[in-house]
Design a protein around this ligand. Structure first.
Ligand code: GDP
Length: 296
């Protein structure tokens, strides 16, 4: 499908037989290929620019050691910096608070928010042996609360019973109160989404945040949305404060550039990835794997 970055750089450096330090001209030529590879992987332009500038700083003047080719050297510098930006360590959801730990799940409609909420519940229940309660705060789409209930049945995780007419902040408070009374460890609050970020949505999510003081606010974003993902992540982070990101549809054809963009723009860690529609299609995010995929 795509040429790998190593192949492309091999072509660039093919004429460069001599050893010695990488010159600015060689590096510039190589970085042109890097820039194309990142743009093809759907990394946002502003992020590509910063990335390339940083790699240039690191690469120019580097001695090419005998055992590697100039192309291999640049690929290594690019790869190392990519992992650096993506976050060197894997990070899990934090449950390090007094139970019931409230976790707010936010994101646009269609990002995979409700499915991801159920997957997370399933994982916390089975892996961490936690007692988990889920509640849907989406009162705009009548089917949304029912969707979470059905997914909850699949995951064998209870959902808060629906009280018709109740608004999101009140549902969230009721969920926490029930969880407290019934000894739950974690409460997952699935908020409403919209097709685009809008003021009303942000106000609603901010009001819920103020009411429950979540321990984690996880932004769910579709890995296939590429450039758009950056704006969405930025706006959610500015308005409601995101503590981590879950990327969905990492099983799709995309090359995962959204991961780099979102991490670089918000500085928030990507914690989890969705790799399918099934309940167990959830994995911890590994920066090195996405780095490989971005570079092709
Ligand atoms: P919401 O509107 O954000 O709550 O989105 P949903 O949870 O309803 O998900 C929308 C669609 O995306 C559903 O058909 C899900 O099964 C699907 N989906 C969610 N996460 C993933 C994923 O990681 N991979 C794939 N292939 N599909 C997913």
């Amino acid at each position: 499908m795509f040429d790998s970055l190593s192949d492309r750089l091999g072509d660039v450096f093919g004429r460069l037989r001599k050893r010695g330090a990488l010159s600015e001209k060689d590096v510039d030529e190589a970085l042109r290929e890097v820039r194309i590879a990142l743009l093809e992987a759907d990394v946002a332009l502003s992020v590509v620019k910063d990335f390339v500038a940083e790699v240039k700083k690191q690469a120019v003047g580097q001695e090419v050691v005998r055992s590697v080719s100039p192309a291999q050297m640049v690929v290594k510098i690019v790869n190392d910096h990519l992992i650096e930006v993506l976050g060197r360590e894997t990070e899990e959801l934090s449950l390090n608070a007094a139970p019931p730990v409230p976790i707010l799940i936010v994101g646009l409609q269609g990002s995979g928010k409700t499915t991801s909420t159920a997957k997370i519940a399933y994982r916390l229940k089975n892996r961490e042996k936690k007692k988990v309660l889920m509640a849907s705060l989406d009162v705009r789409r009548p089917a949304a609360q029912e969707q979470l209930r059905v997914l909850g049945e699949q995951a064998e995780v209870p959902t808060l019973p629906v009280v018709p007419g109740q608004m999101p902040v009140d549902i969230a408070k009721r969920a926490l109160q029930s969880a407290r009374l019934q000894g739950y460890d974690v409460v997952l609050l699935d908020t409403a989404g919209r097709l685009h970020v809008d003021e009303q949505l942000m106000q609603e999510v901010a009001a819920v945040r103020d009411a429950v003081n979540p321990h984690e606010t996880l932004l769910v974003a579709d890995a296939l949305t590429g450039q758009d993902a950056v704006n969405v992540a930025k706006q959610f982070d500015e308005r409601v404060g995101v503590t981590g990101i879950m990327l969905t549809r990492v099983d799709g054809d995309g090359r995962g550039g959204a991961a780099l963009s979102m991490r670089a723009v918000t500085g928030r860690p990507i914690k989890l990835i969705g790799v399918g529609e099934k309940m167990d299609a959830l994995e911890t995010f590994h920066p090195d794997r996405i780095a490989n995929r971005i570079l092709g």
